[in-house]
Design a protein around this ligand. Structure first.
Ligand SMILES: Cc1ncc(COP(=O)(O)O)c(C=O)c1O
Length: 518
């Protein structure tokens, strides 16, 4: 069955595309680089030659043309439209990338974000002229606090990793205020963590101590206690974790951190699995970022900027960054300056990703409390459906344990076949499916992490499962040609990753155009 539900036969021979003399495949155009198709004398705009002017650049002035490609307006449009047709997206089909939450972006959110009062607001406008925008930021902030059971929220971080940085900077400021900045220099990070966690800790001067996850894929309170000491500032723990499992000992872990005088940073990138079911504040979390672009379905990846607000506990609230919205005498104001407060400062210019705030608020309000809970439940149900129906063919590293929002498989089931996770994933492309996340989390050999999200219908999941089952059966039946060198039908074949790593070509070199000035 293909993505549209058109039946195909397992093992049906797929006719290889014939070579064409143009390099195009039907109406799938082989697009040249803009530098190859552009000409120096073409332009899409008509600008008058400048009149006489005094050149003060002297020896710093250009001696040769810059070599930018010139295209007319229709050529420019065609170039980008053709390229965009090679870009896979959630609007084109199921996008099962684990850890990324590629779910439908409701068009209602887009409509709201385009309202002129939001879309045209400028961050330097007088505050009296953007009261509605500030009210929206405040309304979203309040809802995030309600959903998380936390006391304060910093709205300005621009991505999950930026939110991690924000939360950890608040922790660092709190520790310094407690007079322990010189001694508490270590952050505990489970070995299953997303790479941004240890990177964040290291970036602001902490050293990282790894905590091993157990054979069941979760971190035990005993392992945390064993790693704790007077030098520990915090733990960064993801829940649900990167293996798609709920950290069952999280309350005990939070208590252990508190008793040791340290802080609990929860990586909340996977909040989408628990919204409306449990509140991090009730679990003992001190700081947690929320990826609005995942949980509340604002576009991400190539589709738009992210937003990573950070919720903080009472202990950390005084250290939250500026700016934040306050109400005085019936009007909303922005507190812009950290001087004279305990705030650690500022994360970014301005107030955050306004367009993402509008979309996230529209998502929250249009779902309502019951709808958000159902979205979490459906995401978990979909992942468990995939896990169970593939479980007889593909091996799962943590046995039959139910998962949260993503189903994790390893590559033990491929061992007999001589094929790898990469071969299997690339063969999915030929069958019209974007691969799942591969080789992450690192603690699982040959990991395949599938996150179907709540927005796929059962029919869509069944078509996806049918393709994976058929491929798995063919792999086991020794039909290696389907996998080796796949994808066979994509515009580009498999990259030589060794060559790309050893001899990377990092800069396009013009053939006919004048050498671009350095
Ligand atoms: C567990 C986890 N932590 C942190 C991040 C970082 O978020 P971002 O990509 O928005 O920086 C991600 C991203 O998906 C994630 O899955």
């Amino acid at each position: 069955m293909n993505q549209q539900g058109r039946p195909t036969q397992p093992g049906e021979a797929t006719p290889m595309r014939r070579r064409t003399f143009t390099g195009n495949r039907a109406l799938d155009i082989e697009e040249a680089l803009i530098f190859e198709s552009g000409r120096l004398d073409a332009t899409g705009v008509d600008i008058d030659e400048p009149g006489p002017f005094a050149d003060r650049l002297g020896e710093h002035g250009r001696v040769a043309p810059i070599g930018l490609p010139g295209l007319t307006e229709p050529e420019t449009i065609r170039h980008y439209v053709r390229l965009s047709r090679n870009n896979y997206s959630i609007d084109a089909g199921l996008y099962p990338l684990g850890s990324c939450t590629m779910k439908h972006n409701p068009r209602l959110n887009e409509k709201m974000a385009r309202l002129p009062g939001f879309a045209d607001a400028h961050p330097l406008q007088p505050v009296s002229t953007v009261q509605g925008a500030l009210e929206l930021i405040r309304a979203l902030a309040r809802l995030l606090l309600t959903m998380t059971g936390m006391q304060a929220v910093a709205m300005s971080p621009k991505a999950g990793a930026h939110g991690e940085l924000c939360g950890m900077m608040a922790i660092k400021a709190a520790i310094a205020a407690e007079g322990e900045g010189a001694t508490r220099k270590v952050v505990l990070v489970p070995d299953s963590a997303h790479g941004t966690n240890p990177a964040t800790a290291a970036l602001i001067g902490f050293s990282v101590r790894a905590v091993p996850a157990g054979a069941d894929g979760i971190v035990s309170a005993a392992a945390v206690r064993a790693a704790l000491g007077p030098d520990v500032a915090a733990i960064m723990l993801t829940n649900p974790n990167t293996c798609g499992l709920f950290e069952r000992e999280i309350v005990e872990i939070a208590a252990a951190m508190r008793e040791a005088g340290a802080y609990f940073y929860c990586d909340g990138a996977n909040f989408n699995a628990i919204v409306g079911k449990t509140r991090p504040g009730d679990l003992g979390v001190d700081a947690m970022h929320i990826n609005l672009h995942k949980t509340f379905s604002t576009p991400h990846g190539g589709g738009g900027p992210g937003a990573g607000p950070v919720v903080l506990s009472q202990r950390l609230a005084p250290f939250a960054p500026v700016p934040f919205v306050v109400e005085r005498d019936g009007a909303l104001e922005l507190v812009e300056h950290a001087e004279g407060t305990s705030s650690f400062g500022r994360m970014s210019a301005f107030h955050g990703q306004m367009g993402m705030f509008v979309r996230a608020l529209a998502f929250i309000l249009s779902h309502g409390a019951d709808g958000l809970r159902q979205a979490s439940e459906d995401a978990v149900l979909a992942a468990n459906y995939v896990r169970v129906v593939l479980g007889d063919l593909m091996s799962a590293p943590f046995g039959d344990r139910p998962c949260m929002h993503e189903a994790l498989f390893d590559d033990r089931w491929l061992q007999e076949t001589g094929l790898t996770t990469l071969d299997f994933a690339k063969a999915m492309i030929d069958e019209g499916y974007h691969p799942m996340t591969m080789y992450f989390p690192l603690v699982v050999h040959g990991a395949m992490l599938i996150e179907p999200t709540e927005s796929e219908s059962k029919e869509s999941l069944d078509r996806f499962i049918h393709v994976l089952r058929t491929l798995a059966q063919e792999a086991k039946a020794g039909k290696r040609e389907r996998f080796e060198g796949a994808p066979h039908l994509a515009p580009r074949r498999r990259l030589d990753e060794t060559m790309a790593a050893r001899k990377p070509i990092l800069r396009w070199k013009p053939k006919d155009l004048p050498q671009a000035a350095e």
